[in-house]
Ligand binder design. Structure first.
Ligand SMILES: Cc1ncc(COP(=O)(O)O)c(C=O)c1O
Length: 375
């Protein structure tokens, strides 16, 4: 058993994907092709925003977004303290000051009250990650930022396909970024990413910045240095096929989340965000993470029982890159010490039942590893 088993899903698409790759091989146009344009258009249809641009990765999408805002050394960018490295990296790359926010333990996303406290006159942007597929509270954040001229960026690398108040989540913030890393909800067979916005000026700038600061094919319009961050045609053709099937993939992932949740609730165990699925809010759960009291003990049992796991994330972002910040955010510190990610994605029924069976045994033997649900 593997932690994140893409075998079943990707193999089921083999024939279709091979055909689409062959078509592109015949055309020999691997960058800026009509297939890339088609992907950008189809993504727009899915997301519903006015503009989209594809990039080389989710990390680049964040960096390009900040570059498009002309953020300078004096500016502050508010970010989660519990998220993937790219969020912090993007701020450091543009040379701005990262301001870290504590985590809400009910959602694993940013703590809105802490965000409110940390806004200053220097705040230029807020990046909020929708972690593990649960969309962060973009509307509350928008409300806080209203009339403040602070740009809200959603890091939607992990929740592609989510709906918030009836809208695709990537159509709510000022700028929305996503990733097509292979294990993401919409995963390529290599790297890729995209940025969405309803404001033309952001996407127009990112269009140039992802291609060394050039307009599509003309060097005449080069005005500032950018990156080489373009998705290739082959990856775009794969994503076009996978986009057609994204709904059923997400619904399978959500079923897995619900099954984990039902299992733990039945055992009276807490420590994970509760599943949301109403007519207005639909999350796209990309992993199942639970806080436990004795993680080291659980890890050694998992190792003995061959249950694959990961720890997302073992360190607060303010402890990365030798920042030497004297910050201690209570919930984030707690989460980094207690969280563990269970096997997910494409698990066959048989393999999933085996995981539950083994978990049941562990709970029966030592409930104290876990947090009890308060009654
Ligand atoms: C929350 C989050 N943000 C950003 C990224 C960056 O995406 P990529 O790997 O495509 O650069 C990831 C990917 O792992 C992620 O999980």
């Amino acid at each position: 058993m593997r932690f994140n088993d893409l075998d079943i899903y990707n193999k089921s698409l083999n024939n279709i994907i091979l055909k689409s790759i062959q078509k592109e091989l015949n055309k020999n146009n691997f960058i800026f092709s009509s297939t890339v344009k088609k992907l950008e258009n189809n993504l727009l249809k899915k997301v519903g925003s006015n503009y989209s641009v594809t990039t080389g990765s989710g990390s680049d999408s964040l960096t390009l977004s900040l570059l498009s805002l002309n953020i300078s050394k004096e500016d502050e960018v508010i970010i989660p303290s519990f998220s993937w490295l790219s969020v912090l990296e993007s701020v450091l790359i543009v040379g701005a000051k990262p301001i870290f926010i504590d985590t809400d333990l009910n959602t694993f996303n940013i703590d809105i009250l802490d965000l409110k406290k940390k806004i200053t006159k220097k705040t230029k942007a807020v990046i909020s990650t929708s972690l593990f597929g649960r969309t962060c509270d973009l509307y509350s954040i928008k409300n806080i930022l209203k009339k403040k001229k602070i740009i809200l960026i959603e890091d939607g690398a992990q929740n592609f396909g989510s709906i918030l108040k009836g809208k695709n989540s990537l159509n709510v913030a000022d700028i929305s970024c996503t990733s097509f890393f292979p294990s993401k909800n919409l995963g390529a067979y290599g790297d890729g990413g995209a940025v969405f916005s309803n404001k033309k000026k952001f996407i127009k700038t990112i269009y140039k910045l992802r291609n060394h600061g050039q307009s599509k094919y003309s060097i005449a319009s080069t005005d500032r240095p950018g990156l080489n961050s373009r998705i290739g045609t082959i990856q775009a053709s794969i994503l076009l096929e996978k986009l057609k099937k994204i709904k059923s993939k997400i619904s399978k992932q959500n079923i897995l989340y619900k099954r984990y949740q039902n299992f733990f609730l039945k055992e009276n165990i807490a420590g994970f965000p509760l599943y949301r699925n109403s007519s207005k809010i639909k999350d796209s759960y990309s992993s199942f993470n639970i806080m436990v009291k004795k993680r080291n003990k659980l890890i050694s049992i998992f190792n003995k029982n061959k249950i694959p796991f990961k720890v997302y994330y073992p360190r607060p972002l303010y402890k990365q890159y030798k920042l030497k910040k004297k910050i201690k955010l209570k919930n984030t510190e707690f989460l980094c010490k207690s969280i563990i990610s269970l096997p997910y994605n494409d698990l066959s029924k048989k393999r999933f039942n085996l995981v539950l069976k083994k978990l049941k045994k562990i709970i029966t033997k030592d409930r104290k590893i876990f947090f009890e649900k308060k009654t």
